[in-house]
Write a protein that binds this ligand. Sequence first.
Ligand code: SF4
Ligand code: SF4
Length: 55
Amino acid sequence: MAYKINDDCLNCAACVDSCPVGAIVEGDSKYDINADCVECGACVDTCPVSAIINE
Ligand code: SF4
Ligand code: SF4
């Protein structure tokens, strides 16, 4: 299981400040979660389109 951002991401950046370890970063076409993620789940409910998933 790992947190990921899917293609529904609107690049709104609303999730970025919710991450305590700065693991949400701007990618080529959407935001991405990098290997620093500690799987706390804090970012999930900040996304207006539910693009942050745990799979
Ligand atoms: S699950 Fe927690 S550590 Fe991982 S990206 Fe979301 S807020 Fe950051
Ligand atoms: S809050 Fe959702 S739509 Fe906005 S940048 Fe984060 S993952 Fe993308």
